[in-house]
Design a protein around this ligand. Structure first.
Ligand code: PMT
Length: 402
């Protein structure tokens, strides 16, 4: 895992109303132990005073290419040579155009061109500007150049219009920046993740489901994306926002989830079953709302297919990872489940601790034994799971590698 503390980030601020959010981003970065050097464009200084950033970061802020506060007068070189990354937030439409074309006519654009470290941008602009073909072309070019593009989000804009173009919130940005630094252990790999609960219909308005929120599965999908994988996320009903670059397939029932998995799995390198699939479905669901009367109502339930077992038993299965939610004797039951399902790796958790929670505990079970992970946010657990899994996956594809 990559820690943000001790990283040195050049925070570039270009001209736009979202510049005020960059002040909060600078504060959050400082709180995480990042050394922050702010560089502003001239127009950004009209939205927020450099003094604000200087007070928040404890460092002088630069915006002029000809600033003589540095001995050698080479701020564009000095600032990026020992930087871990340059993050431009907000990145205006004009600034994106400059980056895409390699223009260098002020300190920030010049240091972006002269840098020897990763570049990430958080676009922020009016929705028409974001949708303009010129901006679309510039963003595509920047993606091809390996620039990390975070957002924009959608919602109410400063101009009063609604749509895409809002800069991501500072907490979200910090999250994305942390993700960008994760080692690319799954580069070039295709990963299929199931997440959330399933919903089995009883009648027109009722069904059988469970308390799974999708948090763990979405975190696993996100961690796989951060590790460089191409991710397909098959999700049961969930209110969560999926990771932006995952291919999302929404399903309702276990049968639908199985169908979606079967359609996608042939081209996958790795399958991770995080979903809490309902074990049973209702044999004869009613099309209409069942009327209440004084009699006992009996539902006939039939077992659902086991999706994970289905994948494991394919003639050429991908590398399979299972999850086990147990209410007691976690080590014993999880290890039994791993053997029964013939899995190289299984992640076990106590269901009452894990389900619908943001923070929980996870233990990884493999041929070497049990590996408890420290309690933490699900994205942290997911990153550790992906790191562990990537090692086992590499060994399985290239057993000679120690
Ligand atoms: O979504 P959250 O609120 O974040 O909660 C996360 C979680 C607790 C749901 C998650 O961490 C978890 O433990 N998921 C697996 C839950 C579960 O159903 O475990 P199981 O022991 O019933 O199933 C074992 C494995 O078989 C799982 O990988 C499951 O996806 C898979 N399975 C189970 C039944 C079935 N019919 N098909 C399956 O593929």
């Amino acid at each position: 895992m990559t820690d943000l503390a001790k990283k040195r980030i050049v925070l570039g601020v270009s001209g736009g109303i979202a510049a005020y959010k960059a002040a909060e981003l600078a504060r959050l970065m400082m709180k995480r132990g990042i050394e922050v050097q702010v560089v502003m464009t001239e127009s950004a200084t009209r939205f927020v005073s450099p003094l604000t950033f200087q007070a928040l970061t404890g460092r002088p802020v630069f915006s002029d290419l000809w600033d003589n506060r540095l001995d050698n007068g080479m701020a564009h070189i000095d600032f990026t040579r020992d930087a871990s990354a340059v993050v431009v937030a907000p990145a205006s439409a004009d600034f994106l155009a400059k980056l895409a074309h390699g223009n260098a006519d002020d300190l920030l654009s010049t240091l972006c061109l002269a840098r020897a470290c990763p570049l990430m941008v958080a676009p922020a602009m009016n929705r028409q500007m974001w949708e303009h073909p010129a901006t679309r072309r510039n963003v595509s070019q920047l993606k091809r150049d390996g620039v990390g593009i975070f957002g924009p989000g959608s919602g109410e804009q400063a101009c009063g219009e609604e749509g895409m173009g809002r800069m991501l919130e500072p907490e979200e940005l910090l999250f994305d920046i942390e993700g960008f630094f994760q080692p690319k252990r799954l580069s070039g790999r295709k990963v299929l993740v199931t997440a959330g609960p399933t919903f089995e219909v009883i009648d027109a308005v009722r069904g059988i489901t469970n308390l799974s929120s999708g948090k763990m599965g979405y975190a696993v999908a996100r961690a796989a994306l951060e590790a460089g994988a191409e991710v397909t996320l098959i999700s049961g009903p969930s209110c969560l926002k999926p990771p932006a670059s995952a291919k999302l397939i929404k399903v309702t029932s276990a049968q639908e989830m199985l169908g979606a998995v079967q359609e996608a799995v042939s081209e996958m390198d790795i399958f991770i079953g995080v979903a809490a699939v309902a074990d049973y479905y209702v044999l004869n669901p009613s099309e209409h709302k069942i009327k209440k009367d004084a009699h006992i109502l009996t539902l006939e339930l039939a077992p659902n297919p086991d999706i994970l077992a289905n994948v494991v038993n394919l003639p050429k299965p991908p590398f399979c990872v299972g999850f086990a939610a147990e209410s007691e004797s976690l080590f014993e039951f999880a290890e039994m489940k791993r053997h029964r399902k013939n899995l190289p790796l299984l992640a076990g958790n106590l269901v009452q601790d894990a389900i619908n929670n943001d923070i929980s505990e996870l233990t990884l079970f493999d041929d070497e034994g049990a590996h408890p992970l420290p309690r933490g946010p699900k994205i942290q657990l997911a990153r550790q799971l992906i790191a562990h899994m990537a090692k086992l996956y590499d060994l399985s594809t290239n057993p000679k590698n120690p």
